[in-house]
Ligand binder design. Structure first.
Ligand code: PLP
Length: 494
C-alpha cells in the first residue's frame, strides 16, 4: 500500500469582555427593543423546557465572556448562548486570572539570567508537570508543548519509525487523517457497532504489521466515545502502539495514560478552556528522542557547528524557537482547574445537558440526529443533527442572527465521516463547563420557532456561507480598530 492509496454561570467578567461595546447596540427600525427580545426569548424558553426537567443546572465554572450581550438582526441584544465549545471553548476565568498574574513576570525562558526569566522558566516547566499529571503520564513520558492537536499529531507522524505502518478509522477528524496520508497508512472503516469495529480492528492488526493505531477518544461530530482502553489492549496484543486524539475527549473526561495503557495523547488548549495557542503531545520517549527535530532551530540543540548539530532529547528537540510560555501556563491552569472539579461532577453536568437536548430534539420528527455506532453507550457534550427542509448553514445563521446562539455547521473537518453518515452538512451543538440548561432550552425553542414559523429575516449565500441580508449588527470597535476591515470569510470549506 502506498501513502496516497489508503486501503479502504457563569460569572460575567466585565473587565475581560467587550460587553460594554455591545451593550449599547441600538434597536433597528425593523427590530424590537432589547427588553422585548429578551422577554420573548425567556417566554419561549419556558415553553420549551421538557416536562419533568428542572432549569436548575448552572455552569460548573466561570468562563470569560459568559452573558456576552450579542446583537440580533431583529434588534436588541440577548446574552450569547455559546453552543460551540467543541470548536473552541471560552477561557476559564481562572485561566485568564492566572495569566494576568503571570504576565508581569513574562520574560525569556531557559537561558535568561534575570529574575523574571527564572520565574518564567519555572512557570513553563511547572506547567509541563501539571499537564503530565492531568493526563496520568508515566514518569518517563515526555510532554511536548505544541500549537494544538493538529500540530501534535503532525509531530507524532514524523516520529513513528519510518518502516512502521499507521492505522486509523474513517471517523476521524482531518487532524488525525491527513498526517497519516503522508506516510504508509491503513484506513479501517468503522463497523455499525463499536463491538464489530473492535473485532475488525483485531483482524486488521493480525493481517498487517502496524506500528501505531491512531484513534479519536470522542467523535467531534457525534460526541460518541470510543473505548480507548480496549483499543489499547488490542493494539498492544499485536505489537502496535496507540495514540489518542483527545482534542474532544480531554475537556470532558479524565484520561490516564497509565491506567488506560495509552502510548500517546494529543490535545488542544483552546478546546480545554485555555485559548492561548498551546496544545500538547504526551507519551513515550523513545520515538520522540529518535525522531528528527520537528522544527530546526534554537533551543532544540546541544551543540552546533557550521556543518553539524547535536540535537537535544525530547521535549526540547521538538520545541525549537521561543516557547509559548503563557500558552503553556494557560493550558496547565485549565488542567488543574478541570481536574479539581472531578470526573463525576463533569459527567453529571454534561449528561444533564445532553439528555435535555436529546429529548428536546426527539420531540421534532423534522430533526435527525447523527450517530456512528448503534451500541455506543456514552457520549460527551457534542450533538450533531440535520433539520428537514433547511440547509445546515441556514439553520446556524438563523440561530446566530435571531437568537444569539452560536453553533457550528458544515462537515466539521470530518469529510469521510459525513460522507458515510449521509448529509452534506449538519448542525453541531456542543457545550461544556460554562454551559447551563438555559442554553439548551434556548436552542430547542429557537428550533421550534424555525420549524413552526420559519425565519423572521431573509438570508442569502455569501461566499458559500449563509448570512442575513442587510445585516445591521455592528461589530465592537476593537474588532476593527487595530487591523482595519476584515477580509472576506472563506467559503464553507470546513
Ligand atoms: N481532533 C478532533 C477530534 C477535533 O475535534 C479537532 C478540532 O476540532 C482536532 C483534532 C484539531 O484540533 P486543533 O484545530 O486544535 O488542532
Amino acid at each position: 500500500m502506498t501513502s496516497d492509496m489508503p486501503q479502504t454561570l457563569a460569572h460575567q467578567d466585565p473587565a475581560l469582555t467587550p460587553a460594554a461595546a455591545l451593550a449599547t447596540v441600538p434597536a433597528t427600525a425593523s427590530g424590537t427593543a432589547s427588553g422585548t427580545a429578551s422577554d420573548t426569548a425567556r417566554a419561549a424558553v419556558a415553553t420549551a423546557i421538557p416536562a419533568g426537567r428542572s432549569a436548575a443546572t448552572q455552569p460548573l465554572c466561570s468562563v470569560v465572556g459568559a452573558q456576552l450581550p450579542v446583537p440580533l438582526v431583529t434588534g436588541g441584544t440577548l446574552p450569547y448562548a455559546n453552543l460551540d465549545y467543541a470548536a473552541s471553548a471560552p477561557a476559564l476565568s481562572a485561566v485568564a486570572e492566572h495569566l494576568a498574574t503571570a504576565l508581569p513576570y513574562y520574560a525569556s525562558v531557559h537561558r535568561g539570567a534575570g529574575y523574571a526569566s527564572q520565574v518564567s522558566t519555572a512557570l513553563l516547566e511547572n506547567s509541563r508537570s501539571c499537564v503530565a499529571r492531568f493526563v496520568g503520564a508515566r514518569a518517563d513520558d515526555v510532554v511536548v508543548f505544541t500549537r494544538n492537536t493538529t500540530d501534535a499529531l503532525n509531530l507524532l507522524a514524523c516520529a513513528v519509525p519510518e518502516d512502521g505502518g499507521v492505522l486509523h478509522l474513517d471517523v476521524e477528524h482531518h487532524a488525525n487523517l491527513l498526517p497519516w496520508q503522508r506516510r504508509g497508512h491503513t484506513v479501517l472503516a468503522a463497523a455499525p457497532t463499536i463491538r464489530d469495529t473492535l473485532t475488525a480492528l483485531d483482524v486488521a492488526l493480525a493481517a498487517t504489521p502496524i506500528a501505531l493505531v491512531a484513534v479519536t477518544g470522542a467523535s467531534n461530530v457525534t460526541g460518541e466515545l470510543l473505548p480507548v482502553e480496549q483499543i489499547a489492549r488490542i493494539a498492544h496484543q499485536h505489537g502496535a502502539r496507540i495514540a489518542v486524539d483527545a482534542a474532544q475527549l480531554a475537556p470532558h473526561r479524565r484520561i490516564s495514560l497509565i491506567e488506560s495503557d495509552l502510548d500517546y495523547i494529543a490535545f488542544s488548549g483552546h478546546k480545554l478552556y485555555a485559548p492561548y495557542g498551546s496544545g500538547a503531545l504526551v507519551g513515550r520517549r523513545d520515538w520522540l528522542d529518535a525522531a528528527p527535530a520537528y522544527l530546526a532551530g534554537g533551543g532544540a540543540v546541544r551543540e552546533v557547528t557550521t556543518t553539524d548539530t547535536v540535537w537535544a532529547p525530547a521535549p526540547a528537540r521538538h520545541e525549537a524557537g521561543t516557547p509559548n510560555v503563557l500558552g503553556a501556563a494557560a493550558l496547565a491552569k485549565a488542567c488543574v482547574t478541570l481536574a479539581a472539579l472531578g470526573d463525576a461532577t463533569l459527567e453529571s453536568h454534561e449528561s444533564a445537558l445532553r439528555e435535555s437536548l436529546l429529548s428536546g430534539l426527539a420531540r421534532r420528527p423534522e430533526i435527525n440526529l447523527l450517530r456512528i455506532w448503534d451500541d455506543s453507550a456514552d457520549a460527551i457534550g457534542v450533538v450533531a443533527f440535520t433539520v428537514a427542509g433547511y440547509d445546515a448553514g441556514l439553520v446556524a445563521a438563523y440561530l446566530s442572527a435571531e437568537h444569539a446562539i452560536g453553533v457550528r455547521d458544515g462537515r466539521f473537518c470530518a469529510h469521510p465521516l459525513l460522507a458515510r453518515l449521509g448529509p452534506d452538512g449538519a448542525v453541531r451543538a456542543s457545550f461544556g463547563v460554562g454551559s447551563a440548561l438555559e442554553d439548551v432550552h434556548r436552542l430547542l425553542s429557537a428550533l421550534d420557532r424555525l420549524l413552526d414559523h420559519g425565519p423572521a429575516w431573509v438570508y442569502e449565500r455569501v461566499d458559500g456561507r449563509f448570512a442575513p441580508i442587510d445585516d445591521p449588527r455592528p461589530f465592537p470597535d476593537f474588532a476593527d480598530d487595530a487591523v482595519g476591515p476584515a477580509s472576506p470569510c472563506e467559503a464553507s470549506a470546513f
